[in-house]
Design a protein around this ligand. Structure first.
Ligand code: NAD
Ligand code: TYD
Length: 372
């Protein structure tokens, strides 16, 4: 069997780790090199069981480090780069935009530059580089590059780019770099733009895992503004399947929108999460062992409206028709089933939550919410 070697950056983060597990369990024809800087959002423990030193290797390091990325291309026969590595939290980007520009833009450019150096085989008659067979650079992007929708309409692949937060501006810039390399050098590259993911290993500073954590601790649930902002939620494994479909079958130079067809207001998500935790605790009393508060406190009384996020995008909604028509992908996991799976995972993996929130996170949480 012809094996391909993937460089998976950010593979110790939420979506990257789920993708690593999905690839290793579903495909025999891939070897993986995970490159991750293990920032506050990356956790080696998440993938420790997957790293076997043969099919799956782990390297700690920064995607902006040219010498390091070059050494990986020298050491391994890398055919595919899937770039998940990023600073990913909008609230943090409002506090420290520069880090987002460095990692998300310059990191992307660095990966593409090194890939270009190793993958070029020559020149065609028009002076364009020719490429090693089967190579692919894939950029994991976000629907946030399209900005904010009003009450109606969907983002398609041709919607104008209109980012509004430092995070989305950095992701948009990275997408433009990918497009530039794809047009200028014909480097075989694809981009997926996905809506909000949820599922196991989601760092508990993002809405759903934060709410789960706070409910279990009996802490206030911070809802920004009036809670009416809308996100289009997709189960993380469905996203991983979409990425792999694009890596294997997507056309170089193309963008694919990936979404769950599952729009919900934030306040609906919070209410549903409270109700689901309450129900699971009542149906399966063993789960109550993880509660750090009385079951009677697991109620909407925890909801606390706080100051809105600056420049808070009102609504995101993806039209994933191209993924369905060209690649046969669709979101398989209904939200009602996905949220129960997710909550069960958190109830059963509290040690993971404790591990990832034991460090710098505590200070962050205090800073973030004390003045709201
Ligand atoms: P995450 O924050 O959970 O993980 C990011 C990972 O990247 C971490 O493991 C971190 O250690 C690593 N990393 C950060 N800076 C790095 C650097 N300079 N060098 C190497 N590694 C570095 O993020 P996530 O939610 O898993 O998102 C992954 C990708 O998907 C991001 O590019 C994000 O923009 C995109 N995305 C996320 C969502 C979502 O809902 N979470 C939706 C659409 C797109
Ligand atoms: P988040 O999970 O940070 O993802 P993104 O900003 O990339 O969409 O936030 C999802 C939505 O939930 C967003 O509209 C902001 C809101 N939100 C809250 O209301 N409270 C919170 O504590 C957090 C983290 C987010």
């Amino acid at each position: 069997m012809l094996k391909r070697t993937y460089l998976v950056t950010g593979g110790a983060g939420f979506i990257g780790a789920n993708y690593v597990k999905y690839l290793l369990s579903q495909f025999d024809d891939v070897n993986l090199i995970i490159l991750d800087a293990l920032t506050y959002a990356g956790n080696y423990g998440t993938i420790a069981g997957d790293v076997d030193g043969q099919r799956c290797q782990f390297v700690k390091g920064d995607i902006c480090d040219k010498d390091l990325v070059t050494s990986l291309f020298e050491k391994y026969p890398i055919d595919v780069v899937v770039n998940f590595a990023a600073e990913s939290h909008v609230d943090r980007s409002i506090v420290n935009p520069r880090l987002f520009l460095e990692t998300n833009i310059l990191g992307t450019q660095n990966l593409m530059d090194v890939a270009r150096q190793f993958w070029v085989t020559g020149k065609d008659d028009n002076g364009y580089p020719t490429w090693k067979k089967g190579v692919r650079y894939h950029q994991v992007s976000t629907d946030e590059v399209y900005g904010s929708l009003g009450a109606t309409g969907f983002f398609t692949e041709t919607t104008a780019l209109d980012p509004r937060s430092p995070y989305s501006a950095s992701k948009t810039s990275a997408d433009l770099i990918v497009r530039a390399y794809s047009e200028t050098y014909k480097l075989p590259a694809t981009i997926t733009r996905c809506s909000n993911n949820y599922g196991p290993y989601h760092f508990p500073e993002k809405l759903i895992p934060l709410i789960i954590k706070n409910i279990l601790e009996g802490k206030p649930l911070p809802v920004y503004g009036d809670g009416s902002n809308v996100r289009d939620w997709l189960y993380v494994e469905d996203h991983c399947k979409a990425i792999e479909a694009v890596v294997r079958k997507g056309k170089p130079g193309e963008v694919y929108n990936v979404g769950g067809h599952n729009e919900k207001q934030n306040i609906e998500i919070v209410r549903l999460t409270i109700a689901t935790i309450r129900r699971l605790m009542e149906e399966e009393p063993a789960y109550r062992a993880v509660l750090k508060t009385d079951l009677s406190n697991v109620s909407e009384g925890l909801i606390t409206y706080v100051q809105d996020r600056l420049g808070h995008d009102k609504r995101y909604a993806i039209d994933p028709t191209k993924m369905k028509e060209e690649l046969g992908w669709y979101p398989e996991t209904a939200f009602e089933a996905g949220i129960v799976k997710t909550i069960r995972w958190y109830l059963e993996n509290q040690s993971w939550v404790d591990e990832v929130t034991s460090g710098e996170y505590q200070n962050y949480y205090e800073r973030m919410y004390s003045n709201r």
